[in-house]
Design a protein around this ligand. Structure first.
Ligand code: IMP
Ligand code: MG
Length: 432
């Protein structure tokens, strides 16, 4: 039996798509498990660049069944547009290679408004992607939100459910609009949203989506019985996890390995491999602690060379050195079996590279991550860079310093490196 999971270990955007794409070559199913259209996966294959928010990155492999799991929240408009965009690009998106769980929650227009409202009210802003993801999870937890299955129920019943779900939103924005009128906040007013409007939203996208909605459990059961390879595709990352990350500067779901297993509906004992993906440096989009951040020329160079701009929001990403203390911390909570290290080509352009191997914290040197990360100062080990990975197709063909960098990551974390990314195209992957 083989079930493998791919998760991010830093602040998202580690290049999980590369590992997914590689593992998917043998897979029968790839299932996306958490998050929503806040995610941005860029996959470069056959010289073409694909940016996806909801569809699993394996959608570009027609022989694989791509699934969206019950742990995901899906914006109907984004999903519909993404399906269309892929089809226009000649990528197959049919019922036999794509399904979405009937339990996947729906992100409605009012969720995006609520996202804006909460950020307006917060003094300590998270810097969300504004995609209404956290607010969908909130209403899911409140147990009023609707799921894909609801698109298929009787119209009057659907409208009633929508009306019920909108009650809290309309009470909140009525109060918020008073504060805006009083000049307390300089923000565009929030629209009152009617059940008819969100019913229309459902009807607009229902046609494009309805045939993909399925009960995923029998499909997974069959694949597990037949011993087929299933890949669980994570979104976001460990340090953005609502339980384990930099709360409150996190996302609203549980993109750590266990949350990702739950979001897919696959039990932990069935999972044979957990591949954690990191970049050879660090990046973060949105607010929150970032111990190794380089707000200087080095950070600017990494941003330019690594094209570190948000796939979803276009925001320039904050950049900095690789923090191995943070990476090692994730080893046991994730049950890591291997690592994928991306952007080894990018970091090698610098002659001297720093890697964080400990923190100065309250007068002590520590090698773990405390809850108050903002009180940590990084302790660096300097490594020799200045390498060029062009032409290298095996680990042995990499320049000596690049090999040393990878070995250092393995020794520090105690986790073997399986994949190394040395270029944006998935072909520029070295298997160690
Ligand atoms: P939200 O998930 O839109 O609520 O945003 C919460 C935080 O998570 C913000 O700092 C976002 O920038 C960050 N975030 C959410 N999704 C991603 C992602 O896919 N990559 C990187 N950061 C993300
Ligand atoms: Mg991304």
């Amino acid at each position: 039996m083989s079930i493998k999971m791919i998760v991010g270990l830093q602040y998202g955007d580690e290049g999980k798509g590369r590992a997914v794409h590689y593992e998917a070559k043998q897979a029968s199913i790839v299932i996306r498990a958490t998050g929503g259209s806040n995610a941005g996966h860029t996959v470069v294959a056959n010289g073409k660049k694909y940016a996806m928010h909801l569809l699993p990155s394996a959608i570009i492999r027609p022989e694989v069944l791509s699934m969206i799991g019950p742990g995901v929240v899906a914006d109907l408009q984004v999903l519909t547009e993404e399906i269309k965009q892929m089809r226009d690009a000649g990528i197959k998106v049919e019922r036999d290679n794509f399904v979405i769980s009937e339990r996947t929650h729906i992100t409605f227009p009012h969720h995006k408004q609520l996202d804006r409202l909460y950020e307006m009210l917060k003094s300590n802003k998270v810097g969300t992607t504004g995609r209404g993801v956290g607010t969908t999870y909130e209403e899911k937890a409140r147990r009023t939100n609707l799921r894909m299955h609801d698109l298929l129920i009787d119209s009057s019943e659907l409208k009633n459910k929508i009306a019920e779900n909108l009650k809290v939103y309309n009470v909140l924005v009525t109060e918020a609009n008073k504060l805006i009128e009083q000049g307390v906040y300089q923000e565009d007013k929030f629209p009152i949203i009617t059940a008819d409007e969100e019913f229309e939203y459902c009807m607009t996208y229902k046609e494009a989506i309805k045939d993909y909605i399925a009960d995923i459990y029998p499909i997974l059961d069959k694949a597990i019985e037949k011993d087929e390879l299933i890949i669980i595709e994570g979104a976001q990352s460990f340090w953005l996890d609502n339980d384990h990350g930099d709360y409150p500067m996190t996302t609203s779901s549980h993109p750590n390995a266990s949350g990702t297993a739950s979001g897919a509906g696959i039990g932990p004992t069935l999972i044979n491999e957990v591949i954690g993906v990191i970049k050879a440096y660090s990046s973060r989009v949105g607010n929150g602690p970032f111990i190794t951040e380089q707000k200087n020329e080095i950070g600017d160079k990494i941003r330019e060379w690594g094209h570190e701009y948000g796939t979803t929001t276009g925001r320039p990403r904050r950049t900095g050195w690789l923090d191995l203390v943070m990476v090692k911390h994730t080893k046991n909570p994730s049950g890591l079996t291997s690592l994928c290290v991306n952007h080894l080509d990018t970091i090698g352009k610098l002659d001297k590279i720093n890697v964080c191997i400990g923190y100065k914290y309250k007068g002590q040197v520590i090698k773990h991550v405390p809850i108050d990360k903002e009180n940590c100062e990084p302790i660096y080990q300097e490594m020799k860079g200045g390498w060029n990975t062009e032409g290298a197709t095996t680990f042995e063909e990499l320049p000596k310093e690049a090999q040393e960098y990878i070995k250092f990551i393995e020794e520090y974390t105690g986790v073997p490196v399986k994949y190394i990314g040395v270029g944006a195209d998935e072909k520029r992957t070295i298997i160690k």
